[in-house]
Design a protein around this ligand. Structure first.
Ligand code: ZN
Length: 217
């Protein structure tokens, strides 16, 4: 994932040879400065310098699984050669947070929601998807097919399983907020389920690493 070109397919030749000058620097999840030579189908890595490596914080099973889930989710959503600086910054910050966290799995919902915001796919958190009205003390309902949250007047009678309490709506807003702006880092159980469902719905499947994260955290 690059800052200038978004997702790029590249190959690093001979990196498993003990004397390779770039092998040791192409660590998984490290932020690096690379030189790429334009190849016929794949770019070729010719030079690598490490900018930031979180390896020591990511060699724990739960942290590694969470970092893998973040990388896989971004890989599934992003097309190659499309500049996405906001998503680059999100991934960079999220990997650092995982490496430093005692409970990396708890960072998943905020990452998912911030990613949906960056992609323009996050539901409005202040207006009903059907009538545009605000949510009251009855909370809200998640309507995946309509792509948003619904109010009690529109959804209350349906007996839908995805009911948000008013405190969940509050948490959903804070979880999607930019850092500093009253942002929450942890999701309530209902909000965690909702962000996971939103990701799965938009992708049409669950990322593979998700099962591992659930098993290990
Ligand atoms: Zn409504």
């Amino acid at each position: 994932m690059t800052r200038e070109r978004g997702k790029v397919d590249a190959v690093a030749k001979g990196v498993r040879r003990p004397k390779s000058s770039i092998g040791g620097r192409l660590e998984l999840f490290a932020e690096v400065r690379v030189s790429l030579h334009k190849g016929r189908s794949l770019d070729v890595v010719t030079e690598v310098r490490t900018v930031r490596s979180h390896w020591s914080g990511l060699v724990r099973p739960d942290a590694f699984a969470t970092a893998s889930l973040f990388a896989e989710t971004i890989d599934l959503f992003c097309e190659p050669d499309l500049e996405l600086p906001e998503i680059y910054a999100l991934l960079s910050g999220a990997l650092a947070a995982v490496a430093a966290s005692d409970a990396p799995g708890t960072l998943v919902p905020r990452f998912q929601l911030r990613l949906l915001h960056a992609l323009g796919l996050a539901p409005a958190d202040d207006a009903c998807v059907r009538c545009g009205g605000s949510f009251d003390q009855h909370g809200a309902w998640l309507d995946l097919e309509a792509g948003g949250l619904g109010c009690e007047r529109c959804y209350g009678a349906r007996g839908d399983a995805h009911a948000f309490e008013a405190s969940d709506v509050e948490n959903f807003r804070a979880l999607g907020a930019e850092r500093g702006a009253g942002a929450a880092l942890r999701a309530t159980m209902q909000v965690a389920r909702a962000t996971d469902d939103l990701i799965t719905w938009h992708l049409g499947r669950r990322p593979k690493a998700r099962a591992l994260v659930h098993e290990l955290t």
